[in-house]
Design a protein around this ligand. Sequence first.
Ligand code: BYC
Length: 341
Amino acid sequence: MYTQSFSVPDAADGPSAGLKAVARPPNEAERELLARFDTRIDADGRIEPRDWMPDAYRKTLVRQISQHAHSEIVGMLPEGNWISRAPSLKRKAILLAKVQDEGGHGLYLYSAAETLGTSREQMLDALHSGQAKYSSIFNYPTLTWADVGVIGWLVDGAAIMNQIPLCRCSYGPYARAMVRVCKEESFHQRQGYESLLVQMKGTPAQQGMVQDAVNRWWWKCLAMFGPPDADSPNSQQGMRWGIKRFSNDDLRQKFVDATVPQAQVLGVTLPDPDLKWNAARGHHDYGAIDWDEFWQVVNGHGPCNQERLATRVKAHDDGAWVREAAATHAEKQRQRALKAA
Ligand code: BYC
């Protein structure tokens, strides 16, 4: 089983109930293909859609890329809530562009996953039925305008830390999609930080709003990188296959080290009394993350899970006529081209 959304249940009754299928040993041709695949991975080469790949590699990629795509699409919602309330035309134009970019990222990623033989309908069904995972971070509310800046600074900052190494992922279409995504994420991070710099030059109430938003988002951003390495079932294999280049804990540490000086420039306090420089390690130490809360949210019980999913399903249902019209138009054009030929 690779994920909730792509698992195949064992038959509950019948002669095979309770029995696990025993994998057939690979034949010589398959051993040869596997050896060639492993050699390419060891040489840091790319795997392309038409290349042979082990089933487990394909399933892992479908799992990770589809979750990533869902995160981008659901990630449009918390900030999207602020488009109509942005404090100026300039901020509104920036936010519109950013949210639209996230939609674009979702589409590149669904396309990358489709090259692995899964269909967009399958992926969307998994999201809409609540089976698929998407990033825990998008199940929290955006209470004030400062949240929009903090999402740019910290959430996009964490996303970039995680996603830059994915530009070197062993699967070609995912790696190429990530190059463009990362360029855009970098603009997202900067616009958030710049918006916060302006707010921190404002009134004490505005400064307080920024600090409050940082307090609410900091720990959730650290959890975004996924469970600690010792509790991360997919990491070892993902790294062996060159899908992940750094472990969850290593990326989390890089993020903390990069963010501390940015917080000092901004003039906010990161809400962790245990956060301090450790000269011996050459890194910042930080306090304990609440993993129980993280799993609650991942398993559907965060403050906004139901609202996010309901909004997505409604948007999909409301868009049915657009998909039908586009399909009908494409079919008419195909018929016309056939007649002309
Ligand atoms: N939230 O073995 P592990 C964005 C799951 S979009 C929910 O470490 P893996 C943005 C994990 O899926 C940000 N679930 O897994 C968009 C696994 O469950 P399954 C999204 C999480 O795959 C709009 C289980 O926990 N970025 O930045 O080796 C606006 C065990 O974990 C989370 C990506 O998706 C989580 N935070 O590593 C602004 C990047 N963490 O599938 C910003 C691509 C873990 O076994 N994905 N889980 O049932 C990855 O890099 C990796 O999949 C992860 C997890 C690091 C997330």
